[in-house]
Structures are given as C-alpha cells and as structure tokens.
Design a protein around this ligand. Structure first.
Ligand code: JHZ
Length: 403
C-alpha cells in the first residue's frame, strides 16, 4: 500500500486476521456481521506505522459509540491537568479553546467551568450529548479542513486546540493537518497526545492496533506529517497514560520556538530503531509469541478446571480475543463498568459482558486484565471489594499471573 501521509510504498509487518468493529458490543451478536482484515504496515520514508485497511468511519463513530472517557477517574484527572497546564497565564476574553474528539466533555468541562470560550468537536452524537449535559459547547462532526472552515464561520479560529487519543483515529492525515493549519490562530498551539509507538514496541502491546487506531505515532512520524503543511513540532512530553503515550505540541512554522525535548526524543527514537523496518518485523514476530503464551496459559487453567473471566471489555480486547481465537470456553465472561456494554457480547468472540457488581457476587478464580493500562486504578479500586482469592492475569508487558 501507499503511506497515508507521504505516499511512499509501505512494508507489511503483522497480520491479525479478520476482525469485527472493536466497539461493536451488541445484545444480539448475530447482527455483528461486518469483518475487515486487521494488519499493520510501516513506512520507511516517514516512520509512520499504520493499518493497511480501516473500516468506514461511520461504522465506528455514530450515535451509540460505546466508549466514555469519564469512566476512568485517573484519566479524568489527567485531562484536567492537560487542559489547565496548556492555558497561558493570561488570556483575552475572546481566547478560544477547541477539543477535537471531545467525547463526553471530560477534558473541556474544566475549560467551560472557567468561563473560557470553547468548542468540542466529535462525530459521535451520544457522547456529544453527554458533553453538552456538562455545560460544554460541542458540535457533532468529523474534523477535517472543511469542518475547520465551517467552525471558523460559526465560532472563530482557536488559540489552543487540544486532542487526546483521537488523531490516531483519523485516516486522511493530510486533510487533518490542513484543517489544523486553517483552524489554529497564527500564534496558537495544537497539543495532542496519543499512544506512543516506542511503548507499543517495547511492551508488545499489539492490542493498541484495532480498527479505530489507524496510526500509532512517534515524534519522527508526527514531525514529518506536520512539516509538510507549514506546521512544526515544538515539544514532546512522555505520558504514563495508556501504557505509554506522547504529548506533542504543534505550532505554525513562523511562530514556532522549538524546545530541546524535540531533538532529544527524535534522537532517542533513532537509537531505539523506531525508523528501522527490522524493529517492526521483530515486533510482528513478538505478537505471535505473545498470542501463544496467553492461549497456553488459558488452556492450562481451563484443563485444571479453573474459572477464568476478564476485567474491562476494552476496544483493545477485541484484537486480543479475535487474534488469539479466545471465546467463552476459555473466558466465561468479561465484567465492565460501562452501562451500555453490560448485557452485550464482545465483538467476534461472543463473550458475555456483565457488571463488576455481578462478577464480584460469584467471582472467578482468575481475571484477565484487559484494561492493563489502568492497572493501578483498577487494582486499588478492587482491593477490599473483590474476593481476595481472585488472581489477576496480565498479558502486557508479558503474560503472567500477578503475584
Ligand atoms: P480503556 C478506548 O479504548 C477507545 P479502550 C479509543 N479508541 C481510545 O483511543 C482509547 O479509549 C483512549 C472499562 N473500565 O480506557 C470501561 C472498567 O470496567 O483502556 C471501558 O469499557 N473499569 C477512544 O476501550 C474500558 O474499560 C475501570 O476501572 O481500549 C475502557 O478501557 C476502568 C478504568 C475501565 O480504552
């Protein structure tokens, strides 16, 4: 295929096989018929890791999107910090903050509470309604250059544009970058954070790859994407969220003051081989090893008559369950806190999703931690509530029973 950013020929690195829509949690699994091939390719020219095929955006983002940002207390605090630390010390009355992919308004509500002009943009109607209920001004739209023009007409250009775990969902990345170029004031900042390619490679967290995540970025690829559009990377700040993320700050080239962090992270990425195809081919092989280790452990526990369930019906779990061919014979159910997911089945693998309360009433022997990225929050929350005999299984950064 050709790279979505620079159009060079890409190299296939891993193929996970047929996949359903990751967040298609349905009460009637017979209706879950759509499948696409989940595979990743690497562009040696601009170091961009990308899916070779992505379903139509409308199949993933709609009026019943099943993910709500605010369900993690840790993430809610993190986004408050992201919103507030990026505000300048002083700003005029017409200062405008926009968030692309505002979801349920968890981040923007901190801006709205300060009475600052703001605008959330998200393609999923139901989460936008949730944002509006928090006093957040939000529009239902996919962000693009055209959307940017429409938003400027209706509101204004933005001084600060924020996005978290969103840009990696947008396949037409050049149109997106043109949209930022248009929407961002001349001295404005675009700050976004995403799961980091270095962490995914290091931890073999292959479950970061699913339909919505068409890209996994690093500083090398981000710099290349925005440079083509008169914008530039001015800062990189590593984050602990989602198993390792990177926060990038982008400005118009003319206004940019570039921090030392950019050179430092770019150099680090080269030293780690994140611009080298061998690193990615090796990652592809490691995915197969991880799959085998998890399946062997689950089969072994099953043969010993142990009851195994899952904790958190994440989007990421759809990749793990389908790639590893795990169904309800190996994992009886998965418990989750999202009310929209309870009573449904996991896409493709048809494992029932129940509430954590129901799980705690009749707990299994083992719980596979599908939200491994929220391990600290979840283990702290469950200690003292969950039967202390229940053992946790993690599969990132390696497959093991947590001691
Ligand atoms: P979590 C989503 O991915 C989708 P997911 C999206 N594409 C993305 O990029 C990331 O978020 C940011 C459950 N849970 O955050 C609730 C509990 O049950 O890893 C959700 O179903 N108890 C936009 O889905 C799921 O986990 C808890 O205590 O992989 C969310 O998982 C917590 C913290 C979560 O994201």
């Amino acid at each position: 295929m050709n790279c979505r950013s620079c159009f060079s020929e890409t190299v296939p690195i891993v193929d996970f096989g047929k996949m359903p829509i990751a967040n298609n949690f349905l009460k009637n699994p017979a209706l879950d018929t759509y499948r696409f091939n989940l595979a990743a390719e690497f562009c040696e020219t601009c170091s961009l890791l990308q899916l070779s095929e992505q379903p139509d955006p409308e199949l993933m983002f709609h009026d019943h999107y099943a993910f709500f940002t605010g369900l993690s207390t840790f993430m809610a605090k993190h986004f408050k910090e992201m919103a507030l630390t990026n505000l300048p010390l002083t700003y005029s009355q017409d200062f405008m903050v926009s968030e692309i992919g505002c979801n349920d308004g968890t981040l923007l509500s901190s801006i709205a509470d300060l009475g600052i002009r703001h605008l959330g943009i998200d393609p999923s109607q139901n989460v936008v309604e949730s944002a509006r209920s928090k006093g957040v001004t939000a529009e239902v739209a996919f962000f693009s250059e055209l959307t940017a023009r429409e938003m400027i007409k209706k509101y204004s250009q933005a001084d600060l544009i924020l996005a978290a775990n969103v840009i990696c969902h947008i396949p037409d990345i050049n149109d997106f970058a043109r949209g930022i170029k248009t929407f961002l004031k001349q001295d404005g900042k675009f700050v976004f954070e995403e799961p980091y390619i270095g962490s995914m490679i290091e931890k073999v967290s292959y479950d970061q790859l699913y339909d919505e995540h068409v890209f996994i970025f690093g500083a090398l690829s981000v710099q290349s994407i925005f440079n083509k559009h008169g914008l530039t990377l001015v800062a990189c700040e590593p984050q602990v969220t989602h198993g390792g993320s990177m926060r990038y700050t982008i400005m118009h080239k003319d206004a940019a003051v570039i921090s030392e962090s950019v050179g430092k992270i770019l150099l680090q990425e080269k030293e780690l081989g994140l611009d080298n195809i061998e690193t990615y081919l090796n990652f592809g092989e490691n995915c197969a090893i991880r799959k085998n280790e998890l399946v062997q452990l689950l089969k072994h526990l099953n043969q010993k008559g142990r009851k195994v369930a899952g904790y958190a019906a994440t989007s990421k779990s759809t990749t793990v369950l389908n790639f590893c061919n795990i169904d309800s014979s190996l994992i009886s159910y998965i418990s989750d806190s999202t009310k929209e997911k309870i009573g449904t089945f996991t896409p493709g693998s048809n494992i029932p999703v129940i509430s954590h309360e129901e799980m705690r009433l009749n707990p299994p022997d083992y719980l596979v931690l599908f939200a491994w990225n929220h391990e600290n929050e979840i283990l702290a929350k469950e200690s003292g509530v969950l039967d202390s005999n229940v053992k946790w299984i993690r599969f990132v950064p390696k497959v093991e029973i947590v001691q």
